[in-house]
Design a binder for this molecule. Structure first.
Ligand SMILES: N[C@@H](Cc1ccccc1)C(=O)O
Length: 481
């Protein structure tokens, strides 16, 4: 058996005594008692020593208690300060009177009549005083008669002391009798020790190859950000370019340009965060206005009514990233266009484990000569497959800006079909005002849901909490095939 140097030193120190208090051993070994206990526990695991723990409780004086040591409890001190009787008023001038008078009466030592205090003659010390006297002699007392009274008065307090007795087992004795090598173990060899061959005789420290190293937590990207990076990578690989834009948008770009009628429920205060700012409408906004009012130059009838420029100027926290898609198209009206963005959007939602007031969307658009619904479904299937979702299906949906519209769903074991956003082909009511003449495939996917599925979360909020423990324990691999 390989012993550590400290275990050997412990055995040697125990040597002839066979059994000793850890404090005594510590002195012998010139170390701290805690160290001895630690070595002893290790040696104990190997059956070389037995460690016995003794817990004892003693009572030591509190600060107030210390003030009375040698002088006696306040009631005794005050009692001794007068002969048989004393006027109450005089007694009250004693510095301890306040505490003492109550106790003297309680203990039946005095009687008070007509403002005069008189000793009763029954003033023998009780168990509390006896215990207090013992405390004065030894500085600490065991539990016993009267001690609880002192504790209740706050004059003494309990103190727990732990002692350890270490004793050699027969096994340890046997090792001892064989003689122990007490030379320091060598952890690192020097060049000289190698050259001279001295290393052959040195007691080398072993290492335990089965031992796990201490866990290290290097800096790493947040799990959600990693997933977002992975999605960006996929879209770049699929030939998309990235669009950018602010989180504050005018209602014009967030709603009107997408042919969302001005009285649409999504535009209500309770669904959208409106801001105090107003932004001027872009040049050519009239074509959007005309589209809303009567269908512009197309065969559409529009929504009818009067379109309000004032409503369109009002700023909002973007409710979807589709507001960026339409701006990108407005400045890139000719094919081919293939663009995406991943960004945060804001909605007035009651927050619960699967709904948040802010979350990320992955938006994409594809415009080309003759792309159609099959291409759209193909893009989405391909993207989801790369994200690790094999089973994808599309349910018919409705959005004011697309026709046809679909809602993609992915199948997740244990959860069934999970809805992940919307997609469709932009209506001409959306594209015509910007002079776009070719079909535009568009989608907006909720990706915090995807993250939830991929990271095995039950609560979406986990993605946004500063939960360092979770970040540490979430592996950086996993998922990406
Ligand atoms: N903007 C829609 C998603 C969508 C985008 C593009 C086309 C169709 C639907 C949403 O937020 O749910």
């Amino acid at each position: 058996m390989e012993l550590t140097l400290n275990e050997k030193r412990l055995l040697v120190a125990l040597g002839t005594m066979g059994s000793a208090d850890a404090a005594v051993l510590a002195e012998k070994m010139d170390t701290r008692r805690e160290a001895v206990v630690q070595y002893a526990n290790l040696a104990g695991e190997r059956g070389l020593v037995d460690v016995e723990k003794h817990v004892s409780r003693r009572y030591v004086p509190t600060e107030e208690g210390r003030a009375y040591i040698g002088k006696g409890l306040p009631e005794r001190q005050v009692l001794d300060s007068f002969e048989e009787t004393i006027p109450m008023r005089d007694l009250q001038s004693h510095p301890l009177a306040k505490i003492a008078i109550g106790w003297m009466r309680k203990k039946g030592w005095i009687a008070i009549r007509d403002g005069v205090v008189q000793k009763t003659g029954r003033t023998a010390p009780g168990p509390d005083e006896a215990a207090f006297a013992r405390l004065g002699e030894s500085g600490a007392i065991e539990d016993g008669d009267g001690v609880a009274d002192l504790a209740k008065r706050g004059l003494v307090e309990e103190e727990e002391t732990v002692a350890y007795t270490v004793s050699v087992t027969p096994r340890g004795r046997e090792l001892l009798s064989q003689g122990l090598d007490l030379r320091e173990e060598v952890g690192t060899l020097t060049r000289e020790q190698i050259l001279s061959g001295e290393w052959k005789d040195l007691p080398l420290r072993r290492y335990d190859v089965t031992k796990l190293p201490k866990r290290a937590y290097p800096g790493k990207t947040h799990p959600y950000q990693r997933l977002i990076d992975e999605m960006r990578r996929i879209l770049f690989d699929m030939g998309f370019e990235e669009m950018a834009g602010g989180i504050v948008q005018s209602s014009f770009w967030n709603f009107d340009a997408l042919f969302q009628p001005q009285d649409h429920p999504a535009r209500e205060m309770q669904d959208t965060f409106f801001l105090g700012e107003r932004w001027p409408l872009p040049a050519g906004y009239e074509r959007v206005r005309d589209m809303h009012e009567h269908g512009g130059e197309t065969s559409s009838t529009g929504w009818g009514g009067t379109w309000s420029a004032e409503k369109a100027e009002q700023c909002v926290l973007r409710t979807h990233t589709t507001s960026l898609s339409i701006q990108h198209l407005a400045s890139h009206p000719t094919p081919p266009v293939k663009a995406f963005c991943i960004g945060r959007v804001y909605r007035r939602e009651a927050v619960d484990p699967t709904h948040l007031a802010e979350f990320e969307q992955l938006e994409g658009i594809v415009m080309d000569e003759d792309v159609n619904l099959r291409h759209l479904l193909g893009f989405l299937k391909e993207f989801y497959a790369k994200m690790g979702f094999e089973k994808v299906r599309f349910r018919p949906g409705y959005f004011p800006y697309t026709e046809p519209s679909v809602e993609p769903e992915v199948y997740v074991d244990g959860l069934g079909w999970v809805e992940l956003g919307g997609a469709g082909i932009f209506r001409q009511e959306v594209t015509a005002p910007f002079g776009i003449e070719h079909p535009v495939l568009a989608w907006g996917l909720g990706i915090s849901r995807v993250a939830m599925l991929r990271l095995g979360l039950r609560d979406l909020r986990q993605l946004y909490r500063s939960d360092v423990e979770w970040v540490r324990e979430t592996p950086t691999y996993g998922g990406r095939r």
